[in-house]
Ligand binder design. Structure first.
Ligand code: F6P
Length: 328
């Protein structure tokens, strides 16, 4: 007989993402709707270890759906990687009376949650919140759509000055070891080249492509580089290499950095966060545990942590082909 769930905890962990507040809001409001207490832990797993929490009700999350960042703050907890840290967390959950957890974060969050849940028999549901979109078990992670639009807007602005000065820009974007942000924003912004970790096309091909762009009459070009790209040079070294080998190019570099993690979440991310987290609360109340929720097709589905963490999230290589054609 599954333990009755009367109090659900929620936390945000790992790199923050736009839409995390919409997710927290949905957990708090769904708990209020189902007459279940809601506890918000600050700074991810560390807040569970430190007993750093707040009691949340439907009004605690008013006017938060449009806010970037996370009102519960986020962190990566080294202490939670230790049995002692997890033991402290379990003791605090017991003391406060938390019966189950909604964990909003990336793959590291899910890994930690799965270990914790098995050690202490505390049901957890994972909600994919990261701009990287690198989690199997969902077509989209919370924050990814907003990050894409932030990047495309930045590239559009850079293209204005690139074309004014006949320059080639290398623009580095986030994504850790995945190229989803680079690939989709590159196509969306009409980049001439897109370099992603999943497909190392090599330096010679890059030079050849840039020469072809020049021959076709392009006076400026944009190359979007995923931070995890494996071409063997960081974005500054890449710029130097191209400058040495294509001297008639005037090259500049922009690293977009953490601005990709901020901003008011898009409607898509707000809606995704709301759907995933209402489902997460309902799953816990139905006795479910140790799964992640995700959007597959247009349905909210569950995937075991084991499956969700094992499979890589396939990059859409069709987009690379399209990008090649459209950058003619
Ligand atoms: O995982 C999200 C992410 O933004 C990655 O894209 C990036 O590499 C990393 O976090 C940056 O981590 P930090 O915020 O700790 O610098």
């Amino acid at each position: 007989m599954a333990k009755e769930i009367t109090t659900i905890g929620v936390m945000t962990s790992g790199g923050d993402a736009p839409g995390m507040n919409a997710a927290i809001r949905a957990v708090a409001r769904a708990c209020a709707y189902y007459n279940v207490k809601c506890i918000g832990f600050y700074r991810g797993f560390q807040g569970m270890i430190d007993g750093d929490y707040c009691v949340m009700n439907a009004r605690s999350v008013r006017n938060t759906i449009s806010r970037g960042g996370t009102i519960l703050k986020s962190a990566r907890s080294e202490e939670f990687r230790t049995p002692e840290g997890r033991k402290k967390a379990a003791a605090h959950l017991k003391e406060i009376g938390v019966d189950a957890m909604v964990l909003i974060g990336g793959d590291g969050t899910f890994r930690g949650g799965e270990i914790f849940s098995k050690e202490y028999d505390i049901p957890v549901i994972g909600v994919p919140g990261t701009i990287d979109n690198d989690i199997a078990g969902t077509n989209y992670t919370i924050g990814y759509d907003t990050a894409l639009n932030t990047v495309v807007d930045a590239i559009d602005k850079i293209r204005d000055t690139a074309s004014s000065h006949d320059r080639l820009f290398f623009i580095e974007v986030m994504g850790r070891d995945a190229g989803f942000i680079a690939l989709n924003s590159g196509v969306g912004a009409g980049a001439e080249e897109i370099l992603i970790p999943e497909e190392d096309l090599g330096l010679d091909r890059l030079l050849e492509s840039l020469k072809r762009s020049k021959r076709s009459g392009k006076s400026s070009s944009i190359v979007v580089v995923s931070e995890g790209d494996k071409i063997g040079k960081n974005v500054y070294e890449l710029a130097d290499y191209v400058t040495e080998n294509l001297p008639d190019y005037d090259v500049r570099v922009t690293v977009l950095g953490h601005m990709q993690r901020g901003g008011s979440p898009s409607c898509f991310d707000r809606t995704l966060a709301s759907r995933l987290c209402v489902k997460a609360v309902e799953l816990l109340l139905d006795g479910e545990k140790n799964v992640m929720v995700g959007l597959l097709g247009n349905k909210i589905e569950t995937t075991s942590f084991e499956k969700g963490l094992q499979e890589g999230h396939e990059i859409n290589k069709e987009l690379l082909r399209i990008s090649d054609i459209l950058s003619t």
